[in-house]
Structure formats: C-alpha cells, structure tokens
Design a binder for this molecule. Sequence first.
Ligand SMILES: *Cc1c(COP(=O)(O)O)cnc(C)c1O
Length: 462
Amino acid sequence: MRYVSTRGQAPALSFEEAMLTGLARDGGLYLPETIPALTPEQIAAFAGMSYEEVAYHVMRPFIGDAFGDKEFQAIIARAYAPFGHPARAPLKQLAPNHFLLELFHGPTLAFKDFAMQLIGQMFQVALSRRGARVTIVGATSGDTGSAAIEAFRGLDAADVFILFPEGRVSEVQRRQMTTPDAPNIHALAVKGDFDDCQARLKDMFNDHAFRDEVRLAGVNSINWARVLAQVVYYFTAAVSLGAPHRPVSFTVPTGNFGDIFAGYIAKRMGLPVADLVIATNQNDILHRTFISGAHVKEGVRPSISPSMDIQVSSNFERALYYAYGGDAAAIAQQMTALKDEGGFSVSQGAMHVLRETFSSGRASEEETSATIKATHAATGEVLCPHSAVGVKVASEHVGPVPMVTLATAHPAKFPDAVEAATGIRPPLPNRMSDLYERAERQTPVENDLGALQSLIRERIQR
Ligand SMILES: *Cc1c(COP(=O)(O)O)cnc(C)c1O
C-alpha cells in the first residue's frame, strides 16, 4: 500500500514513512493510493468482537508490512489499555433512533486519545527498530496537545513540542499539557490563536532545511495514521446498530475535519453509512461552504467549544481531493488561493459529489448551552459543549436511519460551560482528580517562526 500527496508533487511513501512524516513535502496531505474494501461478511463478523479486534481487522489492510501481525496486535493492546471503559467507545441511547458514541474514556478524556495513543506506540516501535530519534511538533486547540503529551511522555524515541494558543484553551486542557514533567515534553504557550499555531507548524514543515536538521515529525490530525485510527469506531458503532444489514448515519462535531473524514473512509471501505453530518459551532466555514460553494475564511470567534474554533479546516483538503477525482493540480491551486486570498470556490461538480456524502449544520452559543441543559433534563446525560453542538445539529437530521452523534470530550474538560448550562459542575474521573494540585510547566513564545525554531534547537536532545 502506497500513500500519495493531495498536491501531487511529493514522492509516494509507505505507511510507516507517511506516519513518521505527517505533512507531505509539497504541503499536501497523504492518502492511500486505493481504499481497501471489506465485504459485508467481514463486517458482520465484527459483531461481538472486542474493540481491539475490530481495530486490527479495520486497520490491517492499510499498514502494509510496517508491523508484523502479532506486533500490530500488541501495539493496539498497549494503546487502548489505559482507557477507563472496557468497551473503549460505548454507545448510549438519547432518544428514539438517536444514539451517543462516547469517545471520551481515554487518558485525556477526548476522542483524540483513540488516535494519539495508537500513534505513540507505533512511533516507538518503528523508531526503536530504526535506532532513530525524532522531534514531534504539534499545534493544538486544546485536546490534540494533551493527547499527544500523554501518548509520548517518557517514550525515548521523541522530543515533543506542543504549540497552544495562550489563554484560549480550557484550564483542564492547559493543566493536562503543563503538568506532565517528563524531560521530552515541552508545552509552548503561543501569543496567537489556533490558526496561528497551525500556520507556524506548517511553516516549520515547509522549511526543509530545518525539517531535516531536527528530524521533524508531525502528529496533528493531518497525519494519515490518526485518521486511520478513527475509522475503527465508526465500524464498532454501526455494527452494534445492525450494520452491514442496516444503514447508520453519523453527526460529527467538526473542526479540522479529521474525525468526520475517518467516517468517509469507513463508508468507502464498505460500511453502509447513509449520511455524514458536519456539525460546526459559530466558526462555521464548512457549513457556509456547503450552503454556498464558497470556502472563505473569516476571523476566529472564541466559543464555549474551543476545540472547534478554527477557520482553516486542514483535512477538508482530503475530501476535496476525492471530490475532484484526484486532480492534485486543482487542489494545489485552491490551497494557494486559500492562503493568499483567504478563500476559493468549489466547482459545482465537486460540490455535488460532496453533498452526496456530507450534509451540515451549525449551532450558535445559545443553542449549544440550551442543548446541554435540555439533554441533561431529558436523559441525565451531561454533554460537553462540543458534543452538544453535535446533538443539536443531529436532532435536525434524525429520520428513519439510526443517527449516532459522536461525543468528542468528557464534560469535566469544560466545567464552566457545563455548569453555566446545567447548574452542575461535572467532576473529573477519580484517576485524574489531583490535576488541579500538580505543578505546571510551560514556555511562553511569540507567534514567530524564528523564535520557535531557536527554542526547539535549544531544547532537543541530539
Ligand atoms: C478536535 C476536537 C473536535 C474536532 O475534531 P476534528 O477532527 O478536528 O474535526 C471536536 N471536539 C473535540 C472535543 C475535539 O477535541
């Protein structure tokens, strides 16, 4: 299995190379040359399997010879052992034909643990085999950073630098990034917003001399291995609701488009997914794109669902690539226009293809709070604000096909917004109840490429 760039100007790579690289050298994102399909019989056999077994069968066709079968099974087992629920991704019912997929039982209480825990173990195995060490740099709107730090802390094959927008992540998110005291972990508070962090990260990757000097590796949601890890829970959820014999729809609280794109891959692999609903908060570039066909940036407006406060939705490039039938030149042109002119229009043909798979909706701040309150009153379920954006948008799309809304974070990660809506302050699970007492360690840094590069050069263990 080879991986190709959405912009067509970077060499094709193996799974392991694409995983260790992250962003392609032409600025594009890696995608598998072909998408392997599972038969209805193979999917039906997932019923009754553990999460780890399904994970093995879903991901195996994508990894080529990167890991032996036993080795890959052991990686998966280590990745999900720290989860606080034996089902890993349990499904709950909210209303007739509306279900909630709880993706917040990992070590940092957000769905990003599903991908990051796996990536940490895969990096460790691949790098120790090569006798190599890398510098991992990630940008975060909150949850990616803590998940990456948790997955890599203490692993000897990597130094990890996480860029987060100062003052724009929740206190729990910040503390999860600043309290681990492993020497290979560096939390950097950048004076800017998430899009600034993401832009500086891309600048570092596009500076090829620096990239080679520090052996840069990326674990942001652009990393193909992360998308792949997220494909798994679409299968476990759909199968427990009757797939492959019955179609299932999903609503996904969306920011960078990584999570919902994994749902698209599941569909292309043969899972009967009827509708994939993009749920955005007031930062609604994707919803506006689906209404008008124009993909145009606006300023980021901070919301109570901060992990979705972005206007550059990186993984949307992958969906566009398929919608344009693999026309890498067209994608490269549009991404240049997005950077230089702040937007581009999607062709009518491509919009038609996208609308066959995806629909979209938006929840305002007031609607998000009202949904947390109403869901709690009706079902007792306490939603985090991101999940509430999903539940609100999903409720407008529930029909004869079962709808699954992805609950992307634990409510205790966003206690202020949840308390304001319900009057209840959600407690942290026991295993992290001393988070507020642990000492914090972070480095403030300007939103400036040069400043970041010198800091990283200074800190890495060569
Ligand atoms: C990252 C995140 C999202 C958005 O996911 P994408 O893959 O970036 O679309 C939604 N909710 C929470 C809690 C997150 O951490």
